[in-house]
Design a protein around this ligand. Structure first.
Ligand SMILES: [Zn+2]
Length: 396
């Protein structure tokens, strides 16, 4: 089997995969409630003849494809949940696949279909993992806690997510792909002057902020800019420290809590920023009211293995040419991913696969209000990632 065979197979199953994708899109389920999606996935995998396990860490599904020949075990992860968003300024909460997980899931099913066609020549095992609750950052943790890695000995783990590049272009980088983020809570005794203290804390936070070209930086459309976006070696997204908006104020009984989210490109900047903040608070006239400064780590982020990134890039280049591949030099701000939990156990790589089509006016930037996807990404994703996984089984 080689990439041409994979491509003609991906073409043949494309109509069927489109139906799956439309079905998932029409039936979005929020984090932790992916019951129907999990059922669709499990049924599809069973029909292919895979060994299927369900209800792992919630609605998590695993399909095991065992090749006839011995070899290592490679895992492919897709996320299944839809995302909630506000409709209009005062609107209700909407629920939709505005992060493209319907595509991530469909592509994974397509890869499973493709690789299961020639089990006799498959050396090793491919595990297809369908994760619930990515948006809430709970699903990966929950599947691991439920014994995922006791059930399966996995050598490498991969994932792909819809990204904003042109259809079929695969982007990644070594190390951290997303910003580091922390939740900060400043607890104050008393409820007096809460708003004015919050606005002073906001000033402190602004003083600790370090971004190049703030105007460009905070307009996320620039993440794709050729001159300063993520794929440019001089990107403005490789050295930054910022807080997402002014602190949110809540008061209860005799306490005031200021809440803020901190994002940094480099891990070392987290401690430095928090201690800078504490130092400034110490100099304020309200310092005696500061009861506690709490920092919590909510997101694991993504930490791509350097050797596996290099090998994947070489393979994709050799098979599909350099227009298929894009290297990121910066860390995606604001967004995050809980795929990193798997990478704390097993080395792996997280990819974006682009699905924007300028000619059709399609911009596939997840969570943006105009998010849309060029469906051709299904066929391209299935071909390219089937090729990658097939060759991973043959590589040490
Ligand atoms: Zn997503």
């Amino acid at each position: 089997m080689h990439s041409d065979t994979f491509d003609s197979h991906a073409m043949a199953i494309y109509p069927e995969l489109l139906e799956v994708r439309h079905d998932l899109f029409d039936n979005p389920e929020s984090s932790g409630k992916e019951e129907r999606t999990a059922r669709v996935v499990a049924n599809y995998l069973k029909k292919l003849g895979l060994e299927v396990k369900t209800n792992i860490g919630g609605h998590g599904v695993v399909g095991v494809l065992k090749g006839a020949k011995p070899g290592k075990t490679v895992m492919w992860r897709a996320d299944m949940d839809a995302a909630t968003f506000r409709m209009g300024a005062h609107g209700h909460q909407g629920l939709s696949h505005i992060c493209g997980h319907d595509f991530n899931t469909t592509i994974a099913l397509g890869i499973a279909n493709t690789l299961s066609q020639d089990v006799d020549n498959l050396a090793g095992t491919v595990v297809f993992l369908f994760q619930p609750a990515e948006e809430s950052q709970q699903g990966a943790k929950a599947m691991i806690a439920d014994g995922l890695f006791e059930m399966l000995a996995v050598d490498e783990v991969y994932a792909s997510h819809i990204g904003p590049s042109a259809t079929g272009v695969i982007s990644t980088k070594t190390g951290n792909l997303f910003s580091h983020s922390r939740y900060l809570e400043i607890e104050l005794n008393g409820t007096d002057a809460a708003e004015s203290i919050a606005s002073d804390v906001h000033k402190i936070m602004n003083g600790l902020t370090r971004v190049s070209s703030p105007k460009l930086f905070f307009d996320l459309n620039n993440a794709m800019s050729l001159t300063h976006g993520l794929a440019n070696p001089n990107t403005i997204y490789q050295d930054y420290v910022f807080f997402a908006g002014p602190p949110q104020v809540s008061t209860n009984n005799s306490r005031t809590v200021l809440f803020a989210e901190l994002y940094t490109a480099n891990k070392g900047d987290i401690d430095a920023t928090v201690s800078g903040l504490k130092k400034q608070l110490d100099r304020r006239e309200y310092r005696d009211r500061v009861h506690a400064v709490r920092v919590s780590h909510v997101r694991q982020g993504v930490d791509n293995d350097a050797r596996l990134v290099d090998q994947a890039k070489q393979l994709l280049l050799a098979r599909f040419g350099d227009q298929v591949l894009e290297t990121y030099y910066g860390q995606v701000p604001f967004a995050s991913e809980d795929f990193g939990h798997f990478q704390t156990r097993v080395p792996g790589v997280y990819f974006f696969i682009g699905a924007s089509n300028a000619g059709k006016g399609i911009v596939s930037f997840p969570h943006m209000p105009n998010f849309n996807v060029d469906e051709k990404v299904i066929r391209l994703g299935v071909t390219r990632f089937s090729t990658l996984l097939y060759s991973r089984l043959k590589t040490d």
